[in-house]
Ligand binder design. Sequence first.
Ligand code: HPA
Ligand code: ZN
Length: 319
Amino acid sequence: MNRPFCELHLHIEGTLEPATIFQLARQQRLTLPYADEDDLARRYRFTDLQSFLDLYYDNMRVLRSEDDFFALAWAYFLRAGIAGIAHVELFVDPQAHSVRGVAETTVLRGLRRAMDRAREELAISSSIIACVLRDQPVDSAHAMLEAVLSADVAVTGLGLDSAEAGHPPSRFAAVFADARAAGLHVVAHAGEEGPADYVWEALDVLGAERIDHGIHALDDSALVQRLVADRIPLTVCPLSNVRLRVVEDVAELPIRRMLDDGLCVTINSDDPAYFGGYLDDNLRSIQDAFGLTDGDLDKLCENSIAASFLPDSEKARLR
Ligand code: HPA
Ligand code: ZN
C-alpha cells in the first residue's frame, strides 16, 4: 500500500493473535481452555456477531497488566507499519476489562506507551476511541465514561459496539450527550446486523459523526441521502462482514454503489486477528472483487483521511 491510509475501525483487542494469547498466558502461568494455537485458531469459524463476541471477550483474560496492553498494541503497530498505515483511530472496550478488575488507567497507559513508540519509530500517528458496550447496563457506560475522562491519558472519542440486535443506540442518549459536552467526538456501530433505523438513531439521538459498518443503511434511500448530504463517513470492514455472515462473499457488499452514490466509504479491518486479515488484506479482497482502479483506491485513501478526526494541518500533511 503506497498510499497514506487511515484506519478508523480497528478494535485493538481484535488484534490479539493466537500466538500472542499463548505467549501472554505462558508469562502469567494461566491455563487456557485450548490445547494449542491451532486448536484455538480452528474456533475462528463464526455464525454471527455474537458467536465471535463470545470468543473475543473470553480471550481478553490474558490482558491484565499495563505491559500486556502495550504488547498487544505494539504488535498491531508493527503489522500496521507493514500495511503502510499512516494513522489509526483505535477502539478499546474498557468495560470488558474493568469487569475483570483491570482499571481503565491500566488499559489506557499501556496503549499510550505503544502509541508514543509507534509515532517515534514507525511514523504512525494514532488516537483512542473508548467504546460503550451496548449490551451492558447504561450505568456501566456512564461509569466507564467518567473513568476515561478522569484518566491521565486523553481519548479522542466515544464509540458504541458489541451485540447490536435488540440494543438500539437511543438507550445511551445521555452518555453520548455527556461525551459531546466533554468535547469528545462521537461514533457508533450501526447497521452491521441491526436495521437502518439504528443508523438514524445513531445520527439523530447520539450525534454520531461516523457510522461504523452501516451496511444496512443502503436499505433506506432517504438515509443514504442524509449520509451523503451531511458527509457522514461509513467505516466498512469487508472481511469482517464475510466472517460474521453479514454477506456470503465480499462481492455482495454494496461498495461500488456506495462509491457511485457519493457516500464517504472507508475500508477497515475491524478485528483482523479474528477475521483473516489486516487493512492491506481487506483492500486486496475488494480490489479483486470489484476490479478497483487506481482512481478508486485514491478515493478510498482520501476518504479515510477526510473521515479521520485529525486536525486539518495533519490531513494536509498526508495528502
Ligand atoms: N461489531 C460490534 N462489536 C464489536 C465488533 C463488531 O464488529 N468487534 C468488536 N466488537
Ligand atoms: Zn467493529
